[in-house]
Design a protein. Structure first.
Ligand code: ZN
Length: 317
């Protein structure tokens, strides 16, 4: 399809291998993970040296597992590894060369494509000249490839939201996580012609095995700054208020173009919310940027080996 190349799209590798070792980055355990590992080693050493301490050893290991689980159930946590909860600050060069670089927002739209809702979302985005990031499910992309092509052709970005969006994702082991993410990576790359660079976990839930897999696949985890719970909330005004109250530069917003709740008239809530959000942002002189465009505009910090350099883990609200 002809159309504008999405910001940050890498058209020079139209069919890259989704294993893409060239994009992998080195996994460095977060301080939280390193601490949990040290605690396990200490408990094992204590058991060997003084078996009578076993209640303490078992108790501390159990407590650390609880803490790791809790961190995975907190979508905006960076305890298990780097996690975009806001856009990184733009590099000095980007701020001076891109008008409005300090008034950037990101709109992320999950769970599609959907043949009913995605086209209408795309029309609304066109109306306001907004660029969005679509976290797509591999199986849905395979069912509706033309809407993946349309997303890219109309200047937006397609990113990885797993192949099947399984509710068991966050309790999967490293092999299952990798198969699920790699399958979506392959599907979305095949259809869009562009390798996804970001991953969002189903429901934002994950476990300590995820970050090493993302590193191997050259993906960056992204969550959000604010969400409207538009898959559950049927009142568009409540969803809109959740997204706009306290809106600030570099916020990442979350909506859904599939699995949307329906309002009192039976319409998908997202279609009533989106025009209000886009209008309010335009009036406040914000502009919408894709996550990958923000990644490209961020100051370069060498991370691991490969080209996926970004200020991972250094982002603060
Ligand atoms: Zn989802």
């Amino acid at each position: 399809m002809n159309g504008p190349t999405p910001p940050g799209a890498d058209r020079t590798h139209s069919r890259p291998n989704p294993r893409h070792a060239d994009c992998a980055r080195r996994w460095v355990p977060s301080p939280f993970i390193a601490g949990a590992a040290a605690l396990h080693a200490g408990a094992a050493a204590a058991l060997i040296a003084q078996p009578a301490t076993w209640p303490w050893a078992v108790g501390s290991v159990a407590a650390s597992h609880l803490a790791l689980t809790a961190a995975g159930l907190w979508p905006r946590s960076a305890l298990l590894g780097p996690n975009w909860t806001r856009l990184p600050a733009a590099s000095a060069a980007s701020v001076t060369s891109v008008p409005g670089a300090d008034r950037r927002l990101a709109l992320t739209i999950d769970d599609g494509p959907d043949p009913e809702i995605t086209p209408r979302v795309l029309d609304l985005l066109d109306e306001y000249g907004a660029h969005a990031t679509f976290f797509c499910i591999g199986e849905r992309a395979r069912q509706h490839p033309k809407w993946i092509e349309a997303i890219v052709a109309r200047g937006h970005a397609v990113e990885n939201h797993s192949q099947r969006h399984r509710h068991t994702f966050s309790v999967s082991g490293p092999g299952a996580l990798r198969r699920e993410i790699e399958a979506a990576q392959r599907t979305l790359t095949d259809i869009s012609g562009t390798r996804p660079r970001f991953f969002r976990a189903p429901a934002g839930l994950r476990n300590p095995f995820l970050e090493p897999v993302l590193c191997a696949l050259g993906l960056q985890l992204a969550s959000w700054t604010r969400r409207g719970f538009d898959t559950r909330e049927r009142d568009p005004q409540i969803v809109t208020r959740r997204l706009l109250t306290g809106l600030a530069p570099r916020d990442i917003l979350l909506l859904h173009d599939a699995n949307s709740a329906r309002d009192a008239l039976g319409q998908p809530v997202v279609l009533a919310v989106l025009p209000q959000v886009l209008r309010a942002a335009a009036e406040a002189h914000y502009h919408w940027i894709t996550l990958r465009a923000a990644l490209d505009a961020a100051p370069v910090t060498p991370v691991g080996h490969g080209g996926n350099a970004a200020p991972f883990g250094k982002i603060r609200p």
